[in-house]
Design a protein around this ligand. Sequence first.
Ligand code: FAD
Ligand code: NAP
Length: 488
Amino acid sequence: MKMAIFQVRTWLSRRFSSVSSHPLQVCVVGSGPAGFYTAEKMLKAHQGAQVDIIDRLPTPFGLVRSGVAPDHPETKIVVNQFSRAAQHERCSFFGNVTLGSSLSLAELRELYHVVVLAYGAESDRVLGIPGEDLIGIHSAREFVWWYNGHPDCKNLDLELKNTDTAVILGQGNVALDVARILLRPATELATTDIASHALAALEESSIRKVYLVGRRGPVQAACTAKELREVLGIKDLYIQIQEADLLKTPKDEEEIKNNRIQRRVYELLSKAATTGHSYPRSGQRELHFVFFRKPDIFLDSDERRGHVSGVHFEKTVLKDVGGGKRVAVGTGQFDDLQCGMVLKSIGYKSVPVVGLPFDHQKGVVPNIRGRVLHNTSEDPTLLEEGLYVCGWLKRGPTGIIATNLYCAEETVASILEDLDKGVLATKSFSPKPGREGLLHLLDNRNVRVVPFNGWEKIDSTERRVGSLKNKPREKLATWEELLKAATE
Ligand SMILES: Cc1cc2nc3c(=O)[nH]c(=O)nc-3n(C[C@H](O)[C@H](O)[C@H](O)COP(=O)(O)OP(=O)(O)OC[C@H]3O[C@@H](n4cnc5c(N)ncnc54)[C@H](O)[C@@H]3O)c2cc1C
Ligand SMILES: NC(=O)c1ccc[n+]([C@@H]2O[C@H](COP(=O)([O-])OP(=O)(O)OC[C@H]3O[C@@H](n4cnc5c(N)ncnc54)[C@H](OP(=O)(O)O)[C@@H]3O)[C@@H](O)[C@H]2O)c1
């Protein structure tokens, strides 16, 4: 690595002598909403900025492609806006470039005046309880990547044909997406952009019963009303909610009074609990909402050793911890749910790269309004010059697409302020190699960069194949297919 840095430096010094006027070289790492909103704002706000966006995938758009559910096409329209940014004359996209393996953070910072990290949260929170690595237990992230054709999860080994029951842990919007995909008739998914391997597997799935389990109550469920209404509205679905769980305490009443979303969610759950039949018809698909349960142990199957056969839960009650926050605490009473598949939907987690200050407790890069803090310093206000952060890596893994717009505005405002104040000028007011230097370095390492027109080739292949099946696109879901289509 030292050798590589040396080579870049030598190249840099040669290049400096030949540059007369120099743009502000900006590199954004990650092409999800946070990355694209940052690029868009930066291009608009600084006429001298040249913005390069790198992404580890050959495809852009982050979770808009690999997270947003296939039956939510209207949410994905935002990619048109992102594509316009990528096609701006001062912007470039370079896919198949991974920060941390294609090149290091230190190298990137040598190449650019400003580096904005917007690489999201690509790992999972863990429960840390016995049995978590049994076969049949996956994170919701992996399941979502699987049905959305992310090339890292095409071969996920799911238990869809070996059981009729799945338990989903967590009650946020991701949990609802995952429940909907498991329970919706596969015929309704057939005309979406769901990956073909997932559609085929869901058509043959034997899952009939899904439990959505929350450690707190219906008043505290983390989902939003529109998404809840959608899952409750699935055709011919039996819904079960224990009426006892819907009893509200005075504290619940207070929470509901102060929060419109929580109130709507509670009302929808209450209504669902009292409508419909008391028992499912034979063969009818079922969705059970279970509250006040925290997972304690995953149970190993007797018949199929090493496979999950259920979850042992501890019943909970809510405890005030101040600041209006109420957490679930165990009561010492337990019960089990039998199942052959578990999806943990308890939140995503960001991962650091070498040389990046990182708050492991919160799972974010420590920052002040997007400026990365130098965390080894005694001085908590000391900043990493030229290094910024945006999106889930900055705030943690919550918020919808639009939240990243405001987040990017804040980060770009900090960059502009630093430029104005000369904070960025101390070491960096010399030309930097930017795009040319990046491509030179990657070429030396035989990294097969996929430019935006490579993505456009993938896009047109996917649309062409999709149109033959009455789908908006047929996603290419392996690295080989994606890289091949990018160069055709
Ligand atoms: C399952 C799911 C469904 C969702 N559905 C909706 C919805 O319907 N509507 C809505 O408004 N919001 C939805 N959201 C929320 C929304 O997707 C997020 O708010 C948003 O995507 C976060 O943006 P980001 O740019 O921070 O991260 P991401 O979108 O995750 O983008 C990060 C990018 O960084 C790249 N990357 C990662 N590591 C590296 C690396 N080392 N080097 C280079 N590149 C790297 C990734 O490939 C990715 O392209 C959903 C979220 C999830 C998880
Ligand atoms: N259609 C959409 O707009 C859409 C779709 C998908 C995602 N999103 C957004 O994407 C973001 C991420 O969604 P998400 O569902 O991953 O996160 P989330 O909304 O934070 O929900 C996480 C869930 O996991 C539970 N949980 C966390 N730790 C747990 C533990 N140790 N044990 C048991 N349960 C635990 C939480 O319970 P507690 O509440 O008790 O902590 C909560 O129910 C959210 O902002 C969401 O709105 C939006």
